[in-house]
Design a protein around this ligand. Structure first.
Ligand SMILES: [Zn+2]
Length: 201
């Protein structure tokens, strides 16, 4: 019988809902219940693969240093099993089967020369910064600014401090230039010579 997991045994709120809505009654390999709607591991893999593809990428090669001045390059990141656990938010004993199902869901044939994205030897990192909690904070802050404490909003101060705290030191990932450009220097370079206004800078 196929390994399966029922909606009751899934912790993630959205995944639980998907399995409850789209699954079929099957024997759950976690709790043993047969009447709950459940997803087989293959169905789970098919659901997870495109989601994982959006949120993870191959880790870049980074230089490592060992004792005796040894140097070598190795890919940064974690194995696919880590990415699977990140997406599920919990560990299942049959994690290996879920990993295999995700790899299979890619529908990639290395024997035919395909370069597969998922395999058991590559390393992965998250490709997107999680912004969810910033949106929640932003909504709360907007509400406070609009309806409560317009000028001395403590949540606005906290949020902006967090967002811009080290902005002066941040550099662009692409060209190593500072992300903050001094406004006066910039307009000086555009306009060439000083006006009364520029002299204020
Ligand atoms: Zn169950």
């Amino acid at each position: 019988m196929d390994t399966a997991v029922c909606f009751e045994c899934v912790e993630d709120f959205y995944l639980k809902k998907i399995i409850e809505d789209r699954g079929e009654p099957r024997r759950c390999s976690v709790c043993g219940e047969e009447r709950n709607n459940a997803f087989t591991v293959n169905e789970l893999g098919k659901l997870m693969e495109p989601i994982m593809r959006k949120h993870f990428c191959h880790g870049p090669e980074v230089k490592k240093f060992g004792d005796n001045d040894e140097e070598w390059w190795e890919p940064e990141g974690e194995p696919i099993s880590w990415a699977v656990q990140e997406v599920l938010g919990q560990y299942f004993e049959f994690e290996d089967e879920i990993v295999d199902a995700v790899i299979e869901a890619e529908n990639c044939w290395p024997q035919d020369g395909d370069e597969c994205f998922w395999d058991n030897t590559s390393s992965y990192i998250e490709s997107r910064i999680k912004l969810g909690h910033y949106f929640a904070e932003w909504q709360y802050t907007l509400d406070e600014l609009k309806h409560k404490r317009r000028f001395f909003s403590p949540s606005a101060r906290t949020l902006f401090e967090k967002l811009f705290d080290d902005v002066d030191d941040l550099k662009s990932w692409e060209d190593d230039q500072p992300v903050v450009i001094n406004f006066c220097l910039l307009i000086r370079s555009y306009l060439g010579h000083a006006s009364a206004f520029l002299n204020q800078c």
